[in-house]
Design a protein around this ligand. Structure first.
Ligand code: BGC
Length: 503
C-alpha cells in the first residue's frame, strides 16, 4: 500500500518530500511509536534454570505490558520521538549546518579540518598516532604499507578522574610520559623527528592542519589552562620537556579520522560518525559552500560538532535530561550529545528509575544506595538488560540485585527496567539517525552514500543499528536504502597517521 502511494506520488510528479511526508503522516495515524521486535540470540546466562524456576509464578501472571502507574504510563509518550518530530529535527539541523558554514560562533561550529585530500592508498611510512578523547588514551605505531595496507600496534592507558579534572599541564605531561614509554618498549627512536598525528576528540577550532584551540571541554574533561589555547603547542611543550623529538604533523578529530580511514577502502564514504562516550560527525563539503572559509575550489572535511546541537523547541527534552544537564561540568552545552552518547544514557535511565521508585511504581518503592549515586548505572548495563531475552529476565535480576543491591525485584519490576532502557536507547538511536539524515540531505547524496560509524554505543549496544535504520527509513522513505551505514574501526589511530601522511 505504502509503495503504491509512493510510486503514485513519483509518477504523478508530486514531490518526493511531499510523498515521504504523506507516508510518514499515514504511518503516524496507524502506528504506535516504533517498538523493535528483532530477535537476538540469548546470551548465556548463569543459573538461568534456577531463576526460571523461582519465577514460574511471575511468568504465569505476566502482564501484557509493564505499564501500571501514572508516571509509568507517561514514559512512552515522554521518550518516544515520532516520525514527524524526526522530520522537524532533520530540517532544522540542515539549516543549522548552513548557518555554521556561513559564520563563526554559531550553535554548530562546522569546523574546516584542513583535510583537503583523501588518501589514495599509496601513502607509506611509519607514524605515531595519539588518541585522546574517550575513556582511554592510546599511543599507536602505524605502518602505512601502501596498496591500502595498514599495520598497527598500540598501547592503552587509563585516564583517571583526577587527570580528567586536573590541570592541562598534568594531562599533557602524562601523554608525553606514555609516548616515551611506548617508544622505549617498541624501539622507536625519539631523537629523529618521527611524524605524529594527534587525534584530540574535543571541540577544537582548527587554524591549520596541525594547529587548533580548544573552544570548550566535553565528556567530563575539565583540565584547566587548555580552553582557548593551541593544544598542539601544549603537546609540543610536554615533548620538549622530556627531550622527545617528535614532529606533530596533524591535529585530528576522531570523526575526521574515521571518515578518512573508511574512505581509504570505500571511496563512497562521505560521512564519519562517532557514537561512543560522546557523539559527533564529519563530512565532505565543497569549499565554495563554506563562506566563512574563503576558498573557492576543492573540498574539505568539516567537523560538525553536532553534539552541540540544541534547539529546545525541537529536541524532545524531558525533565530528566534537563536535570542531568544541570549537574554536568558543561551545563547548557552538548545537549544533543547528552541525549545520545554512552556517557549519559545510563544516567538518564538511572534518573527515571529513581523517580519511579519515589513514586512507588517500581521495586515497591525500595531502591538501593547504589542506584542513588550519579553515573552508577553504566550504559553497559543497559546493553546487558536489552540483551536479556530470558523468560524471567534472570540476567537483569542478577544485575539489579547483585550488582546494584536492589533488595528484591519482581518480574514486573524487571520488565519495567527493561522497558525504560528500550525507550532511552531507542530515542538515542532515532536522534542519531536524524543527524545522519540531515547530513545526507545537506550534501545531497541521497542516491549513494556510505556512512562510517565508530564508537562503543554503535558497536556494542544491542539493536542500536537496526533502530537507526528504521528511523532513517521513516525519515527518508525508500531513499534510505541508498544510505549504507558501516561499522568503522580505529579511525582515531589509523586516521591520524593517514592525515599526518597527507599533511
Ligand atoms: C566532542 C567531539 C568528538 C565527540 C566524539 C564530543 O564530545 O566534542 O569533538 O568528536 O565527542 O568523540
Amino acid at each position: 500500500m505504502n509503495n503504491l502511494i509512493f510510486w503514485f506520488g513519483v509518477s504523478t510528479g508530486i514531490s518526493l518530500v511531499a510523498t515521504v511526508q504523506y507516508l510518514v503522516s499515514l504511518r503516524e495515524q496507524h502506528q504506535q511509536p516504533t517498538t523493535i521486535s528483532t530477535s537476538y540470540k540469548n546470551v548465556p546466562e548463569k543459573s538461568q534454570k534456577q531463576s526460571n524456576e523461582k519465577n514460574l509464578s511471575a511468568v504465569a501472571t505476566r502482564p501484557s505490558s509493564p505499564i501500571r502507574g501514572t508516571l509509568l504510563a507517561s514514559l512512552d509518550q515522554q521518550l518516544t520521538v515520532t516520525s514527524s518530530k524526526l522530520q522537524k529535527i532533520v530540517l532544522h539541523m540542515v539549516s543549522e549546518f548552513k548557518k555554521g558554514l556561513q559564520n563563526d560562533n554559531e550553535q554548530l561550529a562546522m569546523i574546516p579540518s584542513y583535510v583537503v585530500n583523501r588518501p589514495t592508498g599509496k601513502e607509506t611510512g611509519v607514524y605515531l598516532a595519539l588518541d585522546l578523547g574517550g575513556t582511554n588514551f592510546r599511543v599507536c605505531r602505524v605502518n602505512l604499507e601502501g596498496y591500502g595496507n595498514i599495520r598497527m600496534n598500540h598501547a592503552k592507558y587509563t585516564i583517571s578522574e583526577e587527570l580528567k579534572t586536573g590541570t592541562g599541564a598534568q594531562m599533557f605531561d602524562f601523554i608525553a610520559d606514555c609516548v616515551a614509554a611506548f617508544c622505549r618498549d617498541n624501539n622507536i627512536p625519539t631523537d629523529n623527528h618521527i611524524s605524529l598525528g594527534f587525534t584530540f576528540s574535543f571541540p577544537v577550532l582548527q587554524t591549520a592542519i596541525n594547529k587548533g584551540t580548544l573552544t570548550h571541554w566535553s565528556k567530563g574533561f575539565t583540565c584547566s589552562g587548555v580552553v582557548g589555547v593551541d593544544v598542539v603547542d601544549l603537546l609540543q611543550l610536554a615533548f620538549d620537556k622530556k627531550g622527545l623529538k617528535i614532529n606533530i604533523k596533524a591535529l585530528v578529530n576522531d570523526t575526521v579520522g574515521t571518515l578518512v580511514t573508511h574512505a581509504y577502502t570505500d571511496p563512497q564514504t562521505y560521512i564519519g560518525v562517532i557514537l561512543g562516550t560522546g557523539t559527533n560527525a564529519a563530512y565532505v563539503e565543497k569549499s565554495h559552500n563554506i563562506p566563512k572559509w574563503n576558498r573557492d575550489d576543492g573540498e574539505v572535511i568539516i567537523n560538525t560538532e553536532w553534539g552541540a546541537y540544541n534547539e529546545p523547541s525541537i529536541l524532545p527534552l524531558t525533565t530528566w535530561d534537563r536535570n542531568i544537564d544541570r549537574h554536568t561540568s558543561n551545563p547548557k552545552q552538548q545537549i544533543f550529545e547528552k541525549l545520545i552518547s554512552g556517557l549519559y544514557l545510563g544516567e538518564i535511565v538511572r534518573n527515571i528509575l529513581v523517580d519511579l521508585i519515589k513514586a512507588g511504581e517500581l521495586f515497591s518503592g525500595n531502591g538501593s544506595p547504589a542506584l542513588n549515586i550519579p553515573y552508577q548505572f553504566d550504559t553497559a548495563y543497559m546493553s546487558r538488560i536489552e540483551r536479556d531475552h530470558s523468560l524471567s529476565l534472570s540476567d537483569t535480576r542478577q544485575l539489579l540485585e547483585d550488582v546494584l543491591n536492589v533488595p528484591n525485584t519482581s518480574y514486573d519490576d524487571r520488565r519495567i527496567v527493561k522497558h525504560v532502557c528500550e525507550l532511552v536507547g531507542t530515542r538515542a538511536a532515532r536522534l542519531s539517525a536524524a543527524g545522519i539524515a540531515a547530513l545526507v540531505t545537506k550534501i545531497n547524496r541521497l542516491d549513494a552514500c556510505t556512512v562510517a560509524i565508530d564508537g562503543s554505543v554503535y558497536e556494542h549496544y544491542p539493536h542500536f543499528g537496526n533502530r537507526m535504520r528504521d528511523a532513517l527509513q521513516e525519515i527518508l522513505g525508500i531513499t534510505a536504502q541508498n544510505i549504507v551505514m558501516e561499522q568503522a574501526r580505529d579511525g582515531s589511530g589509523q586516521g591520524a597517521a593517514l592525515i599526518a601522511a597527507l599533511a
